[in-house]
Design a protein around this ligand. Structure first.
Ligand SMILES: Nc1ncnc2c1ncn2[C@@H]1O[C@H](COP(=O)(O)OP(=O)(O)OP(=O)(O)O)[C@@H](O)[C@H]1O
Length: 305
């Protein structure tokens, strides 16, 4: 059984395509990171999965149920945290917990307290008195204590400072959830993705561009540094090219799937490079390079299924 299973999912808003035949199957368990440039369709996907929006066509199943037919019981098994962290300001933290405990049959009070220990908050404090980072922490504690089968975190650390971000991630990483609980984590912060993700999903213009373990993705992206003694030739037609930068007279080329042998280096030499060398790329640079490629007008995306 999949936590999330979409087939040919389309969402169009008055002529604008947010999701374009998205087929995405996320197995149960682990942390799946969804990344994509602004407008890639991440929030649209979550709106459909949570049953807030109906797809234009195609299907979306969540925990083996059509997302348009989620019962209150199933909804209770899905946790959702986004960047807004809206909570009733007049309520005290302890009152909020008591209210949630009545609503969620699998409420885990011990876990709620454990997550809150990462944040400097007192049970008697009113929500309105909390900082943004503390509210994010309370929101995370509420979602985790609900013992969700599926927890969707949509940019949960947006607008938080470094300290609050770290507290949030550590609270998430050090908590033990039920076996098979699935977390979907969406963020533009690549260093967060690097820390949390078991599985990396890249969306581009509403479609799936890549899915693999983050390390496997990284191994397919390489940086070639070439020295062209005369003019830098036209490099646009090189296979798998993601990004070209000129730094201190050297040409840095980030490429996808050109690491197997020295073919790419030979091509660079044929184009006039005096020296070439290759080095690995960190996950954040690799993802950013991959996403930037998709934004070159009309450029074909590298195939990376
Ligand atoms: N209510 C709406 N009406 C019209 N177009 C919309 C609406 N909501 C989203 N869109 C469009 O759908 C596309 C996908 O938007 P979505 O918010 O899902 O992207 P996203 O990946 O979550 O972006 P971000 O990273 O910026 O939050 C965008 O092109 C956006 O302009």
């Amino acid at each position: 059984m999949y936590a999330i299973d979409t087939r040919e999912l389309c969402l169009r808003y008055r002529g604008k395509t947010a999701l374009d035949r998205l087929t995405l199957a996320l197995p149960r368990g682990g942390i799946h990171a969804i990344v994509g440039a602004n407008g890639a369709g991440k929030s649209s996907l979550f709106r459909i999965l949570l049953g807030f929006t109906a797809p234009t066509s195609g299907s979306a199943r969540v925990l083996d149920c059509d997302s348009g037919a989620l019962t209150p019981a199933l909804r209770g098994r899905i946790g959702f945290v986004n960047e807004e962290h809206t909570l009733p300001g007049w309520m005290r933290i302890a009152e909020l917990a008591a209210m949630q405990a009545r609503q969620y049959p699998r409420w885990n009070a011990e876990r709620y307290a454990q997550v809150l220990r990462n944040f400097n908050v007192q049970p008697g404090q009113k929500i309105a008195q909390l900082s943004r980072g503390e509210r994010a922490g309370v929101n995370l504690a509420l979602a985790l204590a609900q013992s969700p089968d599926l927890l969707i975190l949509d940019e949960p650390t947006l607008g938080l400072d470094v300290v609050a971000k770290r507290a949030f991630l550590e609270a998430l990483l050090f908590i033990t959830l039920e076996e098979d609980a699935t977390i979907v984590y969406c963020s533009h912060q690549m260093e967060e993705i690097e820390r949390v993700a078991d599985n990396l999903v890249i969306l581009e213009r509403g479609a799936l561009r890549h899915m693999s373990a983050p390390g496997d993705f990284c191994e397919r992206v390489h940086l070639w540094v070439a020295e062209f003694p005369f003019r830098v030739p036209d490099l646009a037609s090189l296979p798998g090219l993601l990004e070209v930068r000129l730094i201190d007279g050297l040409t840095h080329l980030m490429v996808f799937d050109q690491n197997q042998d020295q073919d790419f280096g030979s091509r660079l030499r044929l184009l006039g490079a005096r020296s070439v060398h290759q080095s690995p790329v960190g996950l954040d640079r690799a993802i950013n390079g991959f996403l930037a490629r998709g934004h070159v007008a009309n450029a074909p995306l590298p195939t990376a299924a």
